[in-house]
Design a protein around this ligand. Sequence first.
Ligand code: HEM
Ligand code: HEM
Length: 204
Amino acid sequence: MQLAPPTLGLLIRKHHAMSKSTDLSPAATSTAYRYGTMQRSLHWTMATIILIALAIGLYCSYLGHGSAQRQFLMDIHKSLGMTALALLIIRIPIRAATSEPDWRHKPPLHERLASKIVHLALYALMMLMPISGYVTSSSEGRKVPWFGLFTLPNLLMENRPFGRMVGVIHHYGGYTFFALLFLHLGAVVWHRLIRQDEVLSRML
Ligand code: HEM
Ligand code: HEM
């Protein structure tokens, strides 16, 4: 049966309105074109913590083992890393429960796919780095303090060869993190300066 154009238009609008109300959670609809407040706060807090932890980790790799400065900085590194892990545990369910914000002008599929892959890899490293750091420290019998306020419980038996092995994962994970952040920040700068599109404003 052929529908007259006004009837067809009405049906399309009705279908669009229905799919809007079912596809998007309230948190996402209230912040259309932008990540929700919680996601933005967690992104920027964790970005700051992780960038400082990475810089300290890198700097410490040039310091002699056992020096007082290295000890002091490593304690801060561990505290920041464990804080990032605690925030990630809050962030993942929030992210899983909300959809991505809508686009005003959707970028091509290959760009959205590439950013999805980098974001997923960043989430994986945000999980892997603190866990491998904790396992290295604990199984080598070293303490994991939290900003001098208390010491986290050591859940592992001392096993130095295992600790060293996981330390290698932490080491290469750190360099992979730098490479992915280079891509992530490069993409943001490119979108902002060359494309001049909405990508950065979605996270502001
Ligand atoms: C977001 C979290 C973290 C990031 C991005 C990170 C990154 C790094 C980087 C880049 C290094 C220097 C790599 C090297 O040259 O070996 C490093 C070293 C280290 N990190 Fe982490 N780290 C994180 C969390 C942690 C945590 C939570 C702990 C412990 C509880 C930890 C313990 C260590 C230790 C012990 C080293 C020195 C390894 C060695 O020299 O043998 N890290 N980290
Ligand atoms: C400091 C400079 C940073 C800037 C300017 C920045 C910017 C952005 C922007 C604009 C987005 C949204 C992209 C989109 O709408 O598709 C985003 C998403 C994301 N960023 Fe960053 N970012 C920074 C640092 C970091 C750091 C250090 C991490 C650490 C892992 C990180 C992890 C992520 C993740 C995982 C997402 C995906 C969010 C999601 O969809 O759940 N960012 N970032």
